[in-house]
Design a protein around this ligand. Sequence first.
Ligand code: ADP
Ligand code: MG
Length: 254
Amino acid sequence: MEPQEAVLSVRSLKVVFSGFQALKGVDLEVGDREIVTIIGPNGAGKSTLLDAIVGKSPVASGHVYYQGQEITNKSPYAISRLGIGRKFQNPNVYNELTVFENLLLSLKGTHSVLASIRAKLTSGKREKIELVLDRVGLLDKAFTKVASLSHGQKQWVEIGMVLAQDPSIVLLDEPTAGMTPDETHLTGEIIKSISQTHSVVVIEHDMEFVKQIAQRIVVLHQGEKLTEGSVRDVQSNPKVIEVYLGRERIDAAA
Ligand code: ADP
Ligand code: MG
């Protein structure tokens, strides 16, 4: 895929933290409405890759293109405005506000908590929020305070907050961390639904979940791309079994 064809294109990306190479020249292509799942052992550089894409970690060399435009080392704010949405590992929601209010705050052009809650809501904004809530399965929780939601539901609020910003690509860092098996499965269905209209990059550990959503899997290891391919390709790859899947089995047996 040429940079102008891919929604997101990462070329030979290097990130260095005081001499330590967290990414040693990684390539990644994400197509329109494609789900790319990134797996790999702890410390492989998965979160760093997303950080570098969104301008949160400085890129030492290499390039990031979004819709054919170079965005390498632009500010996180500028990158988010262009249409790259990122959900971090820990939920970052306002517990004392309702689900609806949290989403209202994320809409483009909204700046202050009080101003946006007091402002008369346009029907456009209301519809937009309802569509997003429906998508993340929280329509019936719209007027519930976030504080009283389950951990999984809070994660969905945050996914909704990312969608409310109108991105065309959504980057999710371990969205199922701490979820029950049922919540994990529902998250997979939410991600598949999002991918009908958005490109999605998901970092994930749970292989059942990866199988549920995965179209293409990228395996990172020690700052490098070990391989990429289908679930089947990756699961049968001896290098992947050695550094990642094999170890998981040993951990499970212990
Ligand atoms: P993963 O998400 O795959 O578990 P990370 O991308 O968080 O891995 O980290 C990759 C490596 O980079 C780790 O060795 C980590 O300690 C290091 N690292 C990540 N962020 C920083 C930082 N801000 N400063 C220094 N080292 C970092
Ligand atoms: Mg991480």
